[in-house]
Write a protein that binds this ligand. Structure first.
Ligand code: NDP
Length: 469
């Protein structure tokens, strides 16, 4: 073999069911960045076959990654465990030659949490990732850790399990109602809020780990850093709400990347090039995010006042997202195509109630189109009662192009000029409608984007908030 050609190693992910996994893409990217060419397989191993198949897999591969449902059950089948895997009772990486289990999740997420020393932390969730994160924030010196979740008994058991000895003073469980009471007592301020549940994970992207009103009250109370372990979509609904509230919000994609690089360091201890990759570059994260958008139909609905620029901006999104294949559409155009008439004319003929019904039907058809897509809606669409929830139930997120009144009035100037003597009245009507609708857009939206500037600038702002730039 030539000295500059590195040997091909064989790695695999074992789990069940695996579906489309990002791991092969991440490891191919690591190979690309280090000039290596390894092989990474996906091995479906049903739980009942794990014990019988593991010895052969250990022979066949240099390294294995382990995912649900094997992270705990693989432990008795291994020769040894590193201290972190032992403490967490979960393995995500195996050195096949040694039959040794490791856990790289905690090392992967540490840089995302910032400075936790002395912090008050809230973790939502009581599963495997919550356990890793709870151990980590305690180790990093948090002042107090509260755990909440939708199943209070599971949360109680989880807390009893992790909070032994002295930790009992630092770790407590709290129900979502209990969080409400803390807020009333002005004790709801957290420095860090972590989502360690599957809520918001594709395809159910409209879900939140706690009710929106409760989350927003917690955001207000402590202006916390929000970390979401979910990485698909790259920017979850929780992150978008946190960003719209002006908070620092970090997603799970960098954690996923780092645990893969740390696994490679276990498998290739002499490969010094890996050290430089621990912190993913924005380009790498963007590539991974685009990969998720290419493989999983992600859906965004754009809303905003007349003149906020939805129609123009939507056309710029494929380029801003770096996704040539992104589907973009305009609800008004789809409505005209479906009914043979433009919406105002149809509305005049059939009335408001039937129009909104028809509009919802056309929107549903667009939302059911395969592939990732962004749909620009009419200014009055998303503010209809229940429509934002309807969109969330159809696994789509709502982005509001928020144009300040001054900008709208500026964009309306030609219309006011054409109105001649009626200009003042038209202007007053516009201002009134704008003020009425502001709260409704805010309520409907997951992400608020400043609509000022050129359409390309607005498109880039959206791409950035969705982690696609
Ligand atoms: P587990 O199945 O062990 O735990 C899931 C937790 O989420 C449980 O507390 C469960 O509550 C809760 N939960 C699930 N669905 C919902 C929902 N719709 N609303 C509220 N709570 C919910 O999973 P893991 O801990 O292994 O993984 C959790 C998430 O973390 C994954 O879905 C994944 O997105 C992410 N993850 C990220 C990684 C990364 O590197 N960024 C690595 C691994 C996972 P209950 O007991 O009531 O069901």
């Amino acid at each position: 073999m030539r000295p500059d050609v590195k040997p091909t190693r064989r790695y695999a992910l074992i789990g069940h069911p695996l579906g489309h996994s990002l791991s092969p893409v991440i490891h191919a990217e690591i190979d690309h960045l280090t000039g290596a060419s390894n092989r990474y397989d996906l091995c479906e191993v049903p739980p009942e076959e794990l014990a019988a198949r593991l010895p052969r897999l250990l022979e066949q591969y240099d390294g294995l990654n382990v995912t649900i449902p094997h992270k705990e059950r693989v432990i008795p089948l291994l020769t040894s465990l590193d201290p972190r895997a032992k403490a967490l009772g979960a393995v995500n990486t195996i050195n096949c030659q040694l039959g040794r289990g490791h856990n790289t999740d905690a090392g992967g997420v540490r840089p995302d949490l910032g400075d936790v020393e002395g912090a008050r932390v809230l973790i939502i969730g009581a599963g495997g990732v919550a356990r890793t994160l709870a151990a980590l924030v305690l180790e990093m010196g948090c002042k107090e850790l509260l755990i909440t979740g939708r199943s209070p008994e599971r949360v109680e058991r989880f807390v009893a399990d992790i909070a032994r000895g002295l930790e009992r003073r630092r770790v407590h469980s709290v129900t979502p109602d209990g969080l409400g009471e803390l807020l009333l007592r002005r004790e709801g301020a957290f420095d860090l809020i972590i989502n360690a549940t599957a809520a918001g994970m594709w395809p159910a992207v409209g879900e939140l780990p706690l009710e929106r009103g409760l989350l927003e009250a917690l955001f207000d109370a402590g202006r916390p850093h929000v970390f979401d372990a979910v990485y698909n979509p790259p920017a979850t609904r929780l992150l978008l709400l946190a960003r719209s509230a002006g908070l620092r919000a970090t997603g799970g994609l960098a954690m996923l990347w780092r645990q893969a690089v740390l696994a490679r360091q276990i498998w290739e201890p002499d490969n010094e090039a890996l050290g430089a990759l621990i912190t993913p570059s924005p380009e790498t994260l963007g590539r991974l995010a685009r990969e998720l958008w290419r493989h999983f139909g992600q859906r965004i609905v754009l809303t905003g006042f007349v003149g906020s620029g939805k129609g123009v901006v939507v056309a710029r999104l494929p380029q801003a997202f770096g996704l040539g294949g992104l589907g973009v559409s305009d609800l008004d155009d789809a409505f005209a195509a479906a009914t043979g008439q433009h919406s105002p004319a149809w509305q005049r003929e059939h009335g408001e109630a039937r129009f909104r019904q028809m509009e919802r039907q056309v929107l549903d058809e667009l939302l059911a189109t395969p592939g990732s897509q962004v749909i620009a809606t009419g200014a009055g669409t998303l503010i209809q009662p229940g429509l934002a929830e309807h969109v969330h139930d159809r696994n789509a997120l709502v982005v509001w192009l928020n144009a300040p009144l001054g900008l709208i009035l500026e964009r309306f100037r030609p219309a006011f000029e054409r109105a001649g003597a009626g200009a003042a009245e038209l202007r007053e009507q516009t201002e009134r409608l704008y003020r009425q609708r502001l709260a409704l857009y805010r309520e409907a939206a997951d992400l608020m984007i400043d609509a000022g500037g050129t359409p390309d600038q607005v498109a880039r702002r959206i791409a950035h908030a969705l982690e696609l730039a």
